[in-house]
Every structure is written in structure tokens, then in C-alpha cells.
Ligand binder design. Structure first.
Ligand code: TTP
Ligand code: MG
Ligand code: MG
Length: 356
């Protein structure tokens, strides 16, 4: 029997703030951009459940949150702190797992198939993990328990906050039936609308669709969707999925000592690098510039910054590193741009899903 769990921290960024500021506990609190008395730009990153009672949500414009609850507590983002707490949380979860896959700053899948013999035991095991995190880190979480990743994730969503949700094989059909199609992994607003136009509003309706029809409309993703609607997901908890750095290099056609050439190359490389960073939903903390001179000697220079996923940050840091460190009299043969020290900025859903 396969037993998969998804552990997801409750209202994570705000919960991290509570750890170092007991005064905000129990009060509506928002982490995000400065609301500037309703004129601020940017969005809510998250808020606690007290703030959710007023309709505030992740991804909502901060100005709208301010309109809903002007006297909530508004705190700026501190990724470095959340990342530190996240590392501690993850190491607690890891101790209890046979296989461990972190999927965002505040959630991880674990495979515990060889730790328990049935779902009653699995529930007790989940309780133990929850208690570990509460006592050692001081934070609440919710754990979804099932026989695959899809259902573990959905069980977690349904049990939020501060809960344990279990979905067994015999319960899966009833559990899925009434759910909205966008509760399924990979279904955002657009796919939901297309499914609705085809007459599928609930997961139960989608489960009965003709797979060939689905294939015609959505290609291979259609088959996957139909599987998901039937609670089928054979994907494994991927232990070793970890990208440590993303980099690009460029060799000049002719060795150059022109600063303009070098900065131009840096800007192009930064644009390529940022594409991969965004595709993975990362924010990076370290920027590295590599310079290879015409005699093939190489210089590496790195700088740590606050977490960012902004291409200008890469360009500026690399340009600075070049100006501060390059030996201007020597000709440059090759330039490399690298970012590393990642955290995941998003969970499994896309921003589009959060904005709906
Ligand atoms: P989530 O786990 O989606 O949300 P949450 O932990 O705040 O609340 P809950 O799980 O109880 O529903 O996201 C984890 C953190 O990631 C969240 O605290 C803030 C950050 N985040 C963003 O930066 N952008 C987003 O759009 C979302 C949804 C979250
Ligand atoms: Mg969470
Ligand atoms: Mg999460």
C-alpha cells in the first residue's frame, strides 16, 4: 500500500512573523507590499485566517486588502527569515520520511509507505509529525494523507487550517465528486472555463467524460485530467529534484576589452537566466559573474543579495562585479552569469490561480 502525505504550513509568512512577534497573534495580519493607506501597489503575499474572515486573500492587490480591513496589521516581506524557518520545518519533516520532496517554501510531499500498515496508522503518524512541528518549531500546519500525491494535496486543502485530512481508496470517489474542476492539480481559470463550456463543472462530471474527447481538446493533458478526476496519479515523490544553480555563458567572437561589449553580453545572459528562474518559480540569493581572459585564466566573483527574481538585479550586480574586479588591460574571451541559493516562490499553483 502506498501512503503519501503533503505537509503544508498554515498562513506561512504571517505564522513566521508570529514566531518573533507574539503581539500579532490572533489579530488580522497581512504580509505583502506596503498598502500606503490604500494607494500602495503590489499584492498580498499571504494573511492569517483572522484576516481571511474579511475576504483578504493571497495575490489580491494590497489596496483592495486595505479597503476590506484598513486597521489590519500590514507587515513587509522578509524572505530571509521565512527561508530560515522553512529550512528548520523541512528538516523536521524529513526525519519522518522515507522519501521527501519539497515543493515550495512551506510544503513538502513525503512517502511513508514503509512506516505504516494502514490509514488508521497513517493518521496517527501524521499527528506525530504535526506535533513535532508544533513543539520544535512552534508553528501550525495541515497534513493531507492519501495513496497518491494528487489526493494528498487535495486532502490537505480540504482540512485547512490546522487539520489532518485522510482520503482512502474507498473514500476517493465521494471525496472528488463534488469538487470544482480547478481544485485539480494543473487546472487554472482558463482550463476551468474551457471545461465548463464542454459541460463539466464538477470533478464527478469530468470523471465520466470520454477520454478520447478530452484528448481531442487538450492533448495528452486531457488524458491526465481525466485520470486526475478519477483519482489516478502514479507520479512518485521525487527525492532528488533539486536545481542548485542556473547559468549561461557567452564567448565573444573576438576577445574584447570594451566595457560596452561586456555589459551588453551580461544583459543578454541575464535575460536568458531569468527565463529559467521564473519557469521554476525560484527566487535567487547569489549572483556570480565569471570572466575568462584571452589567456584562459578565469575569475569568479559572487555577491549575496536579498532574495529576488528581478532580471535588473542580475544585470546590476554583474555589471558592478565586472567594474570592481575586471583587469581592464586584459582582453575578455568569455563571460558567464550564474544565479544560485534558490527558494521556491510559489506553491504548485500558478499566480493566475491565486488571482482568481
Ligand atoms: P501557501 O501555502 O499557498 O499559503 P499559506 O501558507 O499562506 O496559507 P495556507 O497554506 O494556510 O492556505 O503559500 C505559502 C507561502 O508562500 C505564503 O505564506 C506566502 C507565499 N506566497 C506567495 O509569495 N505568493 C502567493 O501567491 C501565495 C499563494 C503564497
Ligand atoms: Mg501554506
Ligand atoms: Mg504551500
Amino acid at each position: 500500500m502506498r501512503v503519501i502525505m503533503l505537509v503544508d504550513m498554515d498562513y506561512f509568512f504571517v505564522a513566521c512573523e508570529e514566531l518573533r512577534n507574539k503581539d500579532i497573534i490572533g489579530k488580522p495580519t497581512v504580509v505583502g507590499f506596503d498598502p500606503k493607506e490604500g494607494k500602495g501597489r503590489g499584492v498580498v503575499m499571504t494573511c492569517n485566517y483572522e484576516a481571511r474572515k474579511f475576504g483578504i486573500r493571497s495575490g489580491m492587490p494590497i489596496s483592495m486588502a486595505y479597503r476590506l480591513k484598513p486597521d489590519a496589521i500590514y507587515l513587509p516581506l522578509d524572505y530571509d527569515w521565512y527561508e530560515k524557518v522553512s529550512k528548520d520545518v523541512m528538516s523536521v519533516i524529513k526525519e519522518r520520511a522515507t522519501k521527501f520532496e519539497q515543493v515550495s517554501v512551506d510544503e513538502a510531499f513525503i512517502d511513508v509507505s514503509d512506516k505504516v500498515t494502514d490509514f488508521d496508522e497513517a493518521r496517527i503518524y501524521a499527528r506525530r509529525i504535526k506535533d513535532d512541528i508544533r513543539s520544535r518549531i512552534g508553528l501550525p500546519c495541515t497534513i493531507g494523507v492519501s495513496y497518491n500525491k494528487l489526493l494528498a494535496k487535495m486532502a490537505c486543502e480540504s482540512a485547512k487550517p490546522n487539520g489532518i485530512g485522510v482520503v482512502t481508496e474507498s473514500e476517493a470517489k465521494a471525496f472528488l465528486e463534488g469538487k470544482s474542476t480547478d481544485d485539480l492539480y494543473g487546472v487554472g481559470r482558463k482550463t476551468k472555463e474551457r471545461l465548463e463550456a464542454m459541460g463539466y463543472r464538477t470533478v464527478g462530471e469530468l470523471a465520466k467524460a470520454n477520454p478520447m474527447d478530452m484528448m481531442e481538446h487538450f492533448g495528452a493533458f486531457g488524458i491526465e485530467l481525466h485520470d486526475y478526476a478519477n483519482g489516478i496519479d502514479s507520479s512518485e515523490v521525487n527525492e532528488n529534484y533539486e536545481i542548485k544553480s542556473i547559468s549561461r555563458e557567452y564567448t565573444f567572437e573576438r576577445d574584447t576589452s570594451s566595457e560596452k561589449d561586456v555589459i551588453g553580453a551580461i544583459d543578454r545572459l541575464a535575460n536568458e537566466v531569468i527565463g529559467d528562474v521564473k519557469k521554476n518559480g525560484f527566487a535567487f540569493k547569489v549572483v556570480t559573474l565569471k570572466i575568462r581572459y584571452s589567456d584562459f585564466s578565469e575569475h569568479l566573483r559572487s555577491r549575496s543579495i536579498r532574495y529576488s527574481n528581478d532580471v535588473r538585479e542580475i544585470m546590476n550586480v554583474c555589471a558592478q562585479l565586472y567594474r570592481d574586479n575586471a583587469e581592464k588591460e586584459r582582453k575578455v574571451r568569455k563571460i558567464g552569469v550564474r544565479v544560485s541559493g534558490f527558494i521556491k516562490r510559489k506553491g504548485q499553483k500558478s499566480m493566475e490561480d491565486f488571482a482568481k
